[in-house]
Design a protein around this ligand. Sequence first.
Ligand code: GDP
Ligand code: MG
Length: 452
Amino acid sequence: MFDFLSSKMNSIFTAFGKKSAVSEEDLDKVLRELRITLLEADVALPVVQKLFNEIKEEATGAALIKSISPKQLIVKIVHDKLQQVLSQTPEETAVKLPNRLVTIMLFGLQGVGKTTTCAKLGHYLGRNFGRQVVLVSLDLNRAAAYTQLQNLAKQNNLGFFEYSPQDYNHSPLLIAQAAKRYAEEGGCDTLIVDTAGRTNISAELMSELKELDGHLKPEERILVADSMLGQVSVKMAQDFNEFVKLSGLILTKMEGNGRGGALLSIKYITGIPVKFVGVGEQVEDLEIFSSQRIADRILQMGDVVTLVEKVSQLESDKEIKGLGKRLAQGIFTMDDFKKQLESLLKIGGIGTFMGFIPGLGRIKDKLSAAGIDNNLLKQQIAIINSMTKEERKKPDIFNGSRKKRVAQGSGVGVDKVNRLIKQYEQSFKMLKKFKQGKLKDLTELGKINNNL
Ligand code: GDP
Ligand code: MG
């Protein structure tokens, strides 16, 4: 009943000399599929093309890992590449917060979530860094924009700079300067500026923002972009970055839909670090950016990635390497069997392992119906521990009294000992078959064991 698992393990950690590498054909096939995934996740086409050229160069000829399909391996390579493109240092991710009055300007077109993000950011900096925050709205074209920010400030106990535009000659710059003084006099240390939004980028808007930027000299210039707008956001980020040198990005509306393509594209094209992602309408819905999380989201294949990681970890395990050599020589003792059981436990037990492999779900169900789980693995290891050295080396010496002793030693019935010995023998048989090349992959193993 257990033999296919053992064989599976053999195939993982036994390098029987058959060298295999990712072929160009494999790569093309998988990359073609992945291209659709990335485009569906709204990654810009030129970005996909450039990325894939780089990936092809890196992945052609990459060493295959036994029992992981080329496809799984390529997915992992692509995932790692995405993560590399998205990666940035913790300093880049962090908001600059020197110990004095800090000005943070938020830019972005109308409707992207700029005003909401001002409140989210203020709330986050207050809660996590004890910052005393003042919000100021510089959107003079829409009175509603002012009251919206005012309400958000009130609801979240954040400071708010109140003013009448006519007192400042309708000048955003004069208002911003007054807000800075207001913050300083009130003993506050963080001014968050909600700049004017427009439906389009215009020369007029850009010169206004540039002037503000020049005078206020903010510590952070953050572009708020809407992840749902995809390619439009990419173009917008490039344009904004040309006029005001952006120090960070916040991508909004990233919850639920599993997308991250716009974020990847903007990051890849502009190189601007991402500070946060917005994941909802509430003030708490702001997450610190994590490259891993976004790469997972884009590919939505986290399981495959974990599997490849775990199996390559196993392969580099010294003990298992030694075991592989022994198996190659046809040596397979109870101790070797025990090591296999332990490896299974190491990668997260039967359930996790089988769950990773498409098509094995049915067998997994059968196993759990038969009461085979991690506790059984542990029990079997305990049985082997109760055997003498000699018995482990030559299991064929087992007779009734030896079995009884082992059963007593490990606190189980003799039937359990019998079962274990039988499984060991079946594993040995399967190993020979595998060596003779009669078993190719897991599905075959599955078929054989369905008959048990
Ligand atoms: P602004 O015009 O750029 O200032 O955008 P607003 O802050 O007024 O937000 C526009 C709409 O987007 C509002 O309905 C917000 O509640 C919503 N919004 C902002 N950020 C997010 C987010 O991360 N997720 C979702 N689902 N909605 C958001
Ligand atoms: Mg607004």
